[in-house]
Design a protein around this ligand. Sequence first.
Ligand SMILES: [Zn+2]
Length: 228
Amino acid sequence: MSYFLHFLRLFFPKNCEACGESLLKSEEFLCTQCLYDLPRTNFHKNEDNAVNRLFYGISKIKYSTALYFFKKGSKFRTLVHKVKYNNQKELGIELGRMLGRELKSSKFDDIDLIIPVPLHPAKKIKRGYNQSELIARGLEEVTEKECRNDVLIRTIYTETQTKKSLEERRRNVDSAFKITSPDDIKGKHILLIDDVVTTGSTLASCANELLKYDDVKVSTAVIAFADS
Ligand SMILES: [Zn+2]
């Protein structure tokens, strides 16, 4: 940390994004205890895992993983919310770096291209950013794999999905995505990035659009797996 940052920290101490305790000079975003407590899934070490099972019979996803479990009442639930709704862009990039460190030297190492799940342009303007792109940027930084946010686009503005049935949601998200430049994905192993996975239907729709092209493989990685 630079002298200037040390100096700033004296007057504006930073707090842990998960538990709220003040951070030590050597800590960034999360305190050492929270880093230790983070309920990691370690799904990147196990091909047959709960995220991958979401896609069985829906999409031919190669590997899937999530950085951590996202449970009700957990102090870690707030992290992805802060990125999505509270404009905490740096935290989003940092979560991407954390995910990247896990994926480095795992079977995910053979991916060629990172693609974040896109927001509809109107929604991105409204929010100011796409949280999945922030995560993808952190991942790109650590893994040094190319990241593209212009290859896969969302063409349909979906309203809030929570009040719809599973079948309605599936239909709604189907064909909501388009590939702009097929030549850029042919023969590639693509890693799709999102913040949270619940039913997996959005990731499956993106993957199915990508898998229409020659010799494309798709894997997925998210920050949090909401299993409850
Ligand atoms: Zn903490």
